[in-house]
Design a protein. Structure first.
Length: 132
């Protein structure tokens, strides 16, 4: 019976998908939720929680990752488990790749040591932080 349930309804059962869409929606040039689901098909969804509330997701496919966090939670979500996702990508693939289309996004990836390479950003060194 599950295959007869719409793609939108099924995706809402995966924590973080709707929040990831809502966080990225202003940059998606009118892309509808259904089309967003097609774009992230095959991506691993890692929900992000803040005080037991889902506020976004880190979506990963191969060495590509995107942090999609609702703007009102900017700066309040990063945990060691999220750094572990980044480091695991680098260990497995030799680098992590992402994009940034806004100034806030570019500042975020720069803070985390990503370097611009053409139209995307890469990080090849494991993240080591005394904070965690």
């Amino acid at each position: 019976w599950w295959r007869h349930v719409s793609m939108e309804v099924r995706s809402m059962a995966i924590p973080g998908v709707m929040e990831a869409y809502l966080s990225a929606k202003p940059r998606l040039n009118g892309l509808k939720f259904r089309d967003f689901l097609k774009k992230i098909k095959g991506f691993e969804i890692n929900p992000i929680y803040y005080r037991d509330k889902v506020i976004g997701a880190i979506v990963v496919k191969g060495n590509v990752l995107h942090c999609c966090i609702l703007p009102e939670y900017s700066g309040r979500w990063l945990k060691k488990s999220h750094i572990d996702i980044l480091n695991n990508i680098i260990r497995k693939h030799g680098k992590a790749t992402t994009t940034a289309t806004t100034e806030v996004g570019r500042q975020f990836v720069a803070r985390f040591g990503f370097k611009q390479v053409g139209d995307h950003y890469e990080r090849t060194e494991l993240w080591v932080s005394k904070r965690f």
